[in-house]
Write a protein that binds this ligand. Sequence first.
Ligand code: APR
Length: 254
Amino acid sequence: MTVFEDLAESRRQLGEAVAAARRIVFFTGAGMSTESGIPDFRSPGGYWSTRKPIMFDDFCTSREARQEDWRRRYDLADQLAATEPNAGHFEIARMVACGRASHVITQNIDGLHQRAGTPPEKVIELHGNATYATCLSCGLHHGLDDLRPEFEATGEPPVCRYCGGLVKAAVVSFGQAMPSGPMAAAHEASLAADLFVVLGSSLVVYPAAGFPLLARRNGATLVIVNREATPLDAEADLVLEGEIGEVLRGISAG
Ligand code: APR
């Protein structure tokens, strides 16, 4: 592991790694979106400092849990409507557009990579997407805006308009199975990567945090960009302790 005190030297090293790479994969966490104004989960003042996770089983069995989950969904939807992708999202989108980066594997549910211009088929969402909902019984998609008036008028958690099943935002809750398609796509992209860049993740949540290790053990160069140390720093070729926007600015130009 190499950690430089001097950010300019770390950026130079990252620039060299980017210039030499043929197939870059970016792996993003909540730290990717803090510069857009969305708090992360585990920093002081983060999302989990004031709320408890709603477990998947509780969502399925408790009306109160479903009500709370839906309140949180609409709070996030309002927040996202007032949010824009940041410089880091745009830099990544440029690197995908010019073919340097093959994929973005993200734990984020905010859709900001897509809004910055990364094509949806290049964004592998491990923890789902908060911008729509699906029926847990039949899989039918539902728009959050379509469900909102009735939820706000009655307080009743939405049910499927087709089969009457429970409708849930299309995100992976704690205790819920990981989506098989994105897991397989992330596996394949990680194995094909020659440079794997982690951006803004505490790397404590598995199975997502297994992908940087998979890529590294398959021969990719592993770079971790995070404000603070992570448990996988010892496995990385280069660790940059800094702000993502500052680290990534103009990195593809070199
Ligand atoms: N630049 C660099 N690092 C940053 C920045 C930034 N601008 N902002 C935050 N960070 C760092 C924080 O220091 C922290 O280590 O990003 C990391 C974010 O970690 P978490 O809050 O744990 O987020 P994440 O790793 O994405 O969490 C994984 O946990 O609760 C679940 O499902 C949720 O997908 C999420 C998963």
